[in-house]
Design a protein around this ligand. Sequence first.
Ligand SMILES: [Zn+2]
Length: 493
Amino acid sequence: MQLYQNQQLKLYNSLSGKKEIFKPLNEGHIGMYVCGPTVYSNVHLGNCRTFMSFDMIFRYFKHLGYKVRYVRNITDAGHLVDDAEDGEDKIAKKARLEQLEPMEVVQRYTVDFHNILQKFNFLPPSIEPTATGHIIEQIEIIKDILEKGYAYEQNGSVYFDVAKFNESYEYGKLSGRKLEDMIANTRELTGQDEKKSPQDFALWKRAEPQHIMRWPSPWGDGFPGWHLECTAMSTKYLGETFDIHGGGMDLKFPHHECEIAQAEASNGHAPVRYWLHANMLTMNGKKMAKSTGNNILPGEIFTGENDILSKAFTPSVVRFFMMQAHYTSILDLSNDALLASEKGYNRLMDALDTLDKLEAGKSSTFDVRSWQQECYDAMNDDFNTPILIAKMFDAVKHINLIKEGNESITAADKSTLKGVLSAFIFDVLGLERKTDVGTGSDKLTAVVELLIQLRKDARDNKDFSTSDKIRDQLSAMGIQLKDGKEGTTFSVS
Ligand SMILES: [Zn+2]
C-alpha cells in the first residue's frame, strides 16, 4: 500500500483554469517535464524559485510513493533574442561578447546552475537532456509537421503555419488568447518577413554564414527554433501524452502554446494532461531585472556580498522563505522578509531538538493523527506549502507546551510526530538542519557520526592504531574531529 492510495491530490491545471483531481495516466507512475534554464548567464533567483517549486512537487510525489520520471532540460542551443529575422542566438551573442566558444559559455553556466541548485538542496531530475543533444529528434518532428501540412519552408527556414493549424485545432487555448484577436492586435510587418503571418513561429532557422551554432538539415545548415526542443525531449522521454508539464508563468505564451501546437500537429492529440505554472519573485515590491539594478544572485545572498541585504542568509533559510508562499502566488523578497524567515526556520529547528529530549507521558493532549492528516490535506490542496508550514508551527507550539509541562505526549505519538515532522520538513520542503549547513548532507553527518562511534569503541579497547587511523584519514579528506567534554564533534573544511 502506497501513501498516494490514501491521499487525494488536487492541482490547479492552467489549461482548464480549475483545480482538478490528479490522476496519473499510469497508476503509480508520473511523467513530469519542466522547462529548464537557458545557460548563457548565472541562474536568476527568480528561476531558482520556479525550479524549487517543481523540486518540492517532485519531492511530494516521491514522498507519496509515486515512481516519477522528472525531465528538466538544459537549453544550450540558444534562443533567438527575438523572433525577428535578424535575431541573434543568446548563447552565440554571449560567446561573441566574451570571446568564447559557445560550448564554453554553456559549460560555465551549466556548472553554475548545478552548483546553486545543489546549495539549495535540490534533488537531481531523472533526466536532464540538452537541446544540442537532440537535434536529430527535432529535425524529425519538423519533417513530420511539414508532411502533415502545418508548416512551410522559406529560404532554408521552416515556419509553423498557425492559421492552418487553427483550422483543425485551437491555437491559444492555454493562454486564453484567440487567434483573431492576436491578428487584429499585430501591426503589419514590412515585406522583409519571410513568415506568412506574424503569428507563425520558426521550427528551423537558416544559419547566416557568421552564425556559429549550426547543424545540417534537409533545408540546409541552420538551428532549431525556440519552442521545438521541449516538444522533442518531452515526447522522447515521456511519450506523446504525459502527466505534468511545468514552467514559469512567463513561458505560458508563446512557448508552451507553441509546444502544444507542435505536438498536436505532429501527433494529432494534446501532449500534456496537467499544465502547472509557477509565479514570479519580485524584490522590494519591484520586478527583478539586471537592467534596473533591482537584482541579486543566489550566491550573493549566501555570502552576504551585496548592497541589498543586511547580512548573509543560508540556502535553507532562503528555501524556507520561498516555501512560505504558494507556488502560484507572487513572492516579494526583502531584507525584513528574509530576517523573519530566518527566525521561523531557527524556531522550527530548535523545536526538533526539543522534541528529541521530551519525556514521554501516559497520555497525549495533542491529537497527532488528525494533525498529520491536516498536513497532507494542505499538500493535497495544490501543494499548499504556506498552510503546511503553519501546521508545522502548530506542532512547534505543542512541543514547547509539553516541554514546559503544560501538555503531554505518549511515546508512540512522540515517535509519529517526529517522523511526520522530518518527512515534511526535510523530504518534502527540502530544508536542511542547521548542523548540516556546510557539512554536506544528512547522510554525511550520519556516516561521520558512525565513524566517531567506532573510533570511541577502538579507544575504549585501547586499539589506538585504529582510532588514530580513523582520525587521520578523515582529516586527509578535510573532515576534522574535535574531542571535547561533551564528546567528539566534527567540522568540514
Ligand atoms: Zn520548454
